[in-house]
Write a protein that binds this ligand. Structure first.
Ligand code: ADP
Ligand code: TRP
Length: 319
């Protein structure tokens, strides 16, 4: 079973990325042959600063390696180190109905947020389909917001296979429903574009400050509170031990336990949970050559698989 996912290097990663995508992807590396890439071509649809793009790519590589990505098991690489991907993107573009792209929420959402509506932004899902199909992926772990892109990928794969023969494996999305949407400090989906995120690797003070800002209702200390509508509890539930989660829920329901208490507990336990990862990251930052070597080696391994698909698709389509 081949498992593939990609992440855009569009800024420092937050705990929504971690619980929604990284952690499930890292767990899947135990279950099959894992491929993970940094989607720098995709990032070009929104990032206009070359130095920042480079720095973000390094940051994402560091974040994944620090959080437990094992490069001997997972093929870890930069999307742009596989330039033939753009050949496949073009081939897929020729069978992509415009209406299919016009229906994509992600494009509309990005334009509504003020991102320039370029051709690349519009055809983003076709490049994503090429990513997935190039490696004959079976399972694609992503957050719920990417589900529609997976549906586009499946439609394109089926259409291409029907027209030109069985070239592509039909992939499936793997969405962990329990952590599908990690709330931000304002209770909306955590996203760096809403500035409601808690970074994975930030200073102690900064992390605490963010957590203390989590929006809660206006219940008083002694009032009983509903854990299921409490953003602090919802974040705590993502990583704390079962017994501690149950304790926090109990405390909230009983009353006499304020949101400030819950936030303090969330901060302390999150900080401890991240400590081994933070130590790994500090070490890796001192050895960026190693990080680069990992990505180059990953690209070599990825090319071996993808080249077969590119050759087969070209031949099938008549090139
Ligand atoms: P952002 O919204 O901060 O820009 P991205 O869109 O770059 O994050 O998301 C990268 C990956 O992390 C995707 O697979 C996405 O589904 C997942 N992800 C991002 N935010 C969340 C969240 N709040 N909850 C769950 N998964 C998320
Ligand atoms: N679009 C994805 C995101 O924004 C990143 C991505 C690009 C991806 N290509 C992919 C994810 C292929 C999974 C598979 O999060």
């Amino acid at each position: 079973m081949r498992i593939l996912s990609g992440i855009q290097p569009s800024g420092k990663l937050h705990i929504g990325n971690y619980f929604g995508m990284m952690k499930p992807a890292l767990e899947l590396q135990e279950k099959g042959e894992a491929f993970l890439f940094i989607a720098d071509y995709h990032a070009l649809t929104t990032s206009k600063d070359p130095a920042e793009l480079k720095q973000n790519t390094t940051d994402v590589a560091l974040d994944f390696l620090a959080c437990g990505l094992d490069p001997t098991r997972t093929t870890f690489f930069r999307q742009s180190d596989i330039p033939r991907l753009l050949e496949l993107t073009w081939m897929l573009s020729t069978i992509t109905p415009l209406g299919l792209l016009e229906r994509c929420h992600s494009y509309k959402d990005k334009v509504a947020k003020g991102i320039t509506p370029t051709h690349a932004l519009f055809s983003y899902p076709v490049l994503m389909a090429a990513d997935i199909l190039a490696y004959q992926s079976n399972i694609v772990p992503v957050g719920r917001d990417q589900k529609q892109h997976l549906e586009v990928t499946r439609d394109l794969a089926i259409k291409f296979n029907n027209e030109y023969g069985d070239i592509f494996t039909i992939p499936e999305a793997s969405i962990q429903e329990s952590v599908a949407v990690v709330p931000g400090i304002d209770g909306q989906k955590m996203s760096k574009s809403y500035d409601n995120h808690i970074l994975l690797f930030d200073g102690k003070k900064a992390t605490k400050k963010r957590i203390m800002k989590i929006i809660t209702d206006s219940k008083e200390l002694e009032d009983p509170k509903d854990p299921d509508t409490c953003n602090v509890y919802l974040l705590y539930k993502l990583f704390a031990e079962e017994q501690k989660v149950a304790e926090m829920a109990d405390n909230l329901r009983k009353g006499g336990y304020g949101y400030g208490h819950a936030k303090k507990q969330l901060f302390e336990d999150l900080w401890e949970y991240m400590t081994p990862f933070r130590e790994n990251r500090e070490k890796l930052e001192q050895d960026l050559d190693y990080v680069n070597d990992v990505l180059i080696d990953g690209a070599k391994r990825a090319s071996k698989v993808a080249d077969k698909t590119f050759d087969a698709a070209k031949k099938a389509i008549g090139l």
